[in-house]
Design a protein around this ligand. Structure first.
Ligand code: SF4
Ligand code: MG
Length: 331
């Protein structure tokens, strides 16, 4: 089947004075039209670097050194910045955690909404103005005719976030990448923005990559979930399965760390230890220093990814042991 987005064996490195550092280690995944893939993991796991790689927005010293990214039939790795410009804001859009970094303080909301339309859609200024009013209405901003004349600082955080979503949707992208877009917002606004993204996804049939460290948010919006740890994908599954039957010890830890409203604060179950730095050498499974189930093989060899069902893939030696037991039982 042809996926909307197909990432294969992507490896991302950063050039530093100490030599190259690997931030993303040969990861593969896909996104289909009309589905939301959540990428989850602690900060520094490579989830933001993954989305920036797809956007062609890695920092100067970052590079995709291996692998491929395909949007429909177009290969995105190796394109010049100028070529990538025709995808960004057009076929692929991104919304960020802090809207003030994406909005320009010196231009009105209307100007910033019309800009991508004028660049990519080749419509008149009048049409662009009308379209930008419609966009603001679509994302639930009251009095859009007035709001287009305002500057970002005149709006509340939640309203700015809506404007950023309107900007990202201006050209009806095939793929929307949202990197922790609700983290800075209060709970009520967060819920509204998540609903809005869901609703627009359904209406427009776009694929969504939603990057978050918050399993509560994942439960809310994911169709499929990709769990990353230290630059690798450790588990990939449909959302239902990952909550009902998480298989990777790290996923289990992440889920256990979700605060239980009924429990006392001291019962909060946080995975002990911290993620390795990019320059730390780790033999074997990259999670082994923190894993309660680590054995000798875990300390020696990095596990392959085991496909344990149609919907679930897990990078952990425990799955191999289980597969041997199952095949012994049936033979
Ligand atoms: Fe833990 Fe070993 Fe599985 Fe790694 S491979 S997650 S160390 S059990
Ligand atoms: Mg991040």
């Amino acid at each position: 089947m042809n996926h909307l987005l197909q990432v294969e064996n992507m490896k991302v490195e950063f050039r530093t004075a100490k030599g190259p550092l690997t931030a993303v280690r040969s990861i593969s995944f896909h996104v289909d039209k009309g589905e939301t893939l959540c990428i989850v993991g602690e900060s520094g796991c490579g989830k933001s670097i993954t989305s920036l790689s797809i956007m062609g927005l890695l920092p100067q010293n970052g590079n995709i050194v291996e692998g491929s990214i395909k949007l429909e039939n177009d290969k995105l790795v190796g394109l010049t910045d100028e070529q990538l410009q025709s995808y960004r804001g057009n076929k692929i859009s991104m919304i960020f955690q802090e809207p003030m970094t994406a909005l320009n303080p010196v231009f009105t909301i209307g100007y910033q909404l019309q800009e991508p339309l004028l660049i990519h859609k080749k419509i008149s200024k009048k049409e662009a103005k009308q379209a930008s009013i419609e966009l603001l209405r679509k994302v639930g901003i009251p009095n859009p005719e007035e709001k287009i004349n305002q500057y970002p600082h005149q709006l509340s955080g939640g309203m700015r976030q809506r404007v950023m979503i309107a900007m990202a949707l201006a050209c009806e992208p095939l793929l929307l990448i949202a990197d922790e877009p609700t983290t800075a917002l209060d709970v009520t606004i967060q819920a509204q923005i998540l609903d809005l993204i869901e609703e627009l996804k359904e209406q427009m049939g776009m694929g969504v990559i939603f990057v978050t460290h918050d399993m509560g948010v994942v439960a809310e919006i994911a169709d499929r979930v990709m769990v990353m740890y230290a630059g690798e994908v450790v588990e990939m599954s449909d959302a239902q399965t990952i909550f009902a039957n998480p298989k990777h010890p790290y996923t289990q830890g992440l889920l256990a760390a979700v605060p239980d409203v009924e429990a006392d604060a001291h019962e909060l179950n946080v995975i002990p230890g911290s993620m390795p730095n990019l320059d730390e050498k780790i033999e074997g499974c990259r999670f082994h220093p923190r894993c309660p189930f680590a054995t000798d093989i875990c300390r020696q060899k990095n596990p392959p990814t085991f496909k344990i069902s149609e919907n679930q893939e897990v990078k952990c030696w425990l799955q191999e042991a289980k597969m041997h037991i199952e095949s012994a039982a049936t033979s």
